[in-house]
Design a protein around this ligand. Structure first.
Ligand code: GDP
Ligand code: MG
Length: 436
């Protein structure tokens, strides 16, 4: 299963969406997560290295207008992953055609022959399958049964030992739009197998020569694809058993390296466990979003990084302070917010949490009672103004003083913060300075 890959990639994306500032350190850390998860999925080391370099380089490039750095980095990660996993969705032609299935023993050829027949039949094409596997015992019965299950025409000859004879006689009888020929497999691509399959191909005059490979061979898919391509001129690759291994990422990226087009992936044994392979959708699903747009929406939400940058540069008035508190409150219960910032709220007593939320609510009222001038220049707020603000907001004078003290303290802290520190402490660090 691709659970590890999924987890690792989601972790990396989370790092980017949740950091206060997306800088080089954050990108490096996310890239390390991506590397680990790709390598665990058996993706080729060199490919992982090149992908990492491209993500690092592109992330720090000039940001396209209309995007924040955060959105840009997420987009880069998404695009680079899609790139090594196959780029574009293949076009599956729905027209009469002749297909030859090839692959080593046990790769899932026979199962896939029936699945493809089911697929084309459901698209309204008259479909027939031919069993030309004379090597494996019971190959005939296996395909016969599967064909019956998916209700497509089946041709074969159990008594005949020469696959070419079977094919010739079946082709004479068949009247169908799509003809799919299941061939023999061996443990390795030996001369005997190559000769047999080449001969079948010549007789069939195939439109598509599909190589079936199981996902569990991981990056070895590269050599296998090359070898079959040399022998037969492969037009498409189908990867089976995606459900049963963690190495699917390796198999997919290896195919992309050879330039082979992966058209379908198979995720189980039943006829319905088949999907047209769409790299973009595949990556989006791994990351946990239906598409890039939704992902970018999320990136917009959490923290306004421009604001964070401005704050560090010294543009931190009481209004920014107010906004910070507002941002915290808008994100729902503070405990959730603190958890997102990496603090373990389970350790904090419940009543302390709600007391903090209450205090923040009060502070916002106090700030609303200040004049614009006072907000811009809080140093103006001395005794008489404090009395007025307290009265206006229904707060106690000591609470106004407490807020001013908290503001001064956080301003001092923010001045001292480097972008890296703010990022590492995240909002949790800031909140601590606010007295939370
Ligand atoms: P062939 O020797 O290449 O014709 O391979 P088969 O079609 O006979 O499949 C070999 C085994 O793999 C059978 O037990 C299939 O049920 C199983 N199989 C095929 N495709 C898949 C798949 O996508 N997922 C899983 N889990 N098993 C599969
Ligand atoms: Mg078979």
């Amino acid at each position: 299963m691709l659970d590890k890959l999924r987890e690792g990639l989601r972790g990396a994306i989370e790092k980017i969406t949740r950091s206060t500032l997306v800088d080089k350190d954050v990108v490096d850390s996310a890239v390390r997560d991506i590397q680990r998860s790709l390598l665990a999925s058996d993706v080729n080391v060199e490919q992982v290295y090149e992908l990492s370099e491209r993500i690092r380089k592109r992330s720090m490039e000039k940001i396209p207008s209309g995007l924040s750095r955060r959105e840009h980095v997420i987009k880069v990660v998404y695009e680079e992953l899609t790139d090594i996993l196959g780029k574009e969705k293949p076009a599956i032609e729905l027209k009469p055609k002749r297909i030859l299935m090839a692959g080593l023993f046990g790769s899932g050829k026979t199962t896939m022959t029936a699945k493809l027949a089911f697929f084309y039949k459901n698209k309204g094409l008259r479909t027939a399958v031919i069993c030309c596997d004379t090597f494996r015992p019971a190959a005939f019965e296996q395909l016969q049964q599967l064909s019956k299950k998916v209700e497509v025409a089946f041709y074969g000859d159990k008594a005949e030992k020469d696959s070419a004879t079977i094919l010739a006689s079946a082709l004479k009888k068949i009247n169908a739009d799509v003809i799919i020929v299941d061939s023999s497999g061996r443990d390795a691509l030996d001369k005997e197998l190559v000769d047999e399959i080449k001969n079948l191909n010549k007789m069939l005059v195939s439109d598509e020569r599909i190589l079936v490979i199981p996902a569990d061979i991981g990056q070895a898919a590269r050599e296998q694809t090359d070898a079959f391509h040399d022998a037969l001129g492969i037009t498409d690759v189908i990867i089976t058993k995606m459900d049963a291994t963690a190495k699917g990422g390796g198999a997919l990226t290896a195919c992309s390296l050879t330039g082979a087009k992966v058209t379908f992936i198979s995720t189980g044994e039943t006829p319905r466990d088949l999907e047209v392979y769409d790299p973009k959708r595949f990556v989006a699903r791994l990351i946990g979003f239906p598409d890039l747009e939704t992902l970018l929406e999320k990136a917009k939400g959490v923290v306004d990084e421009k604001k964070a940058e401005k704050m560090i540069e010294g543009d931190f008035g009481i209004e920014e302070f107010c906004e910070q508190i507002g941002a915290v409150r808008n994100m729902g219960p503070m405990s959730q917010m603190l958890e997102m910032a990496g603090l373990n709220t389970k350790k904090l007593p419940k009543d302390m949490m709600s007391a903090q939320e209450e205090k923040m609510g009060k502070w916002q009222h106090i700030i609303k009672s200040m004049t614009p001038e006072e907000r811009k220049n809080p140093e103006l707020i001395k005794h008489t103004r404090i009395v007025r603000i307290a009265r206006g907001s229904g707060a106690h004078e000591s609470e106004v003083r407490e807020l001013l003290a908290a503001y001064r303290k956080s301003k001092k802290v923010i001045k001292k913060l480097s972008p890296g520190k703010l990022k590492r402490g995240g909002l949790g660090g800031l909140l601590k300075q606010f007295g939370a």
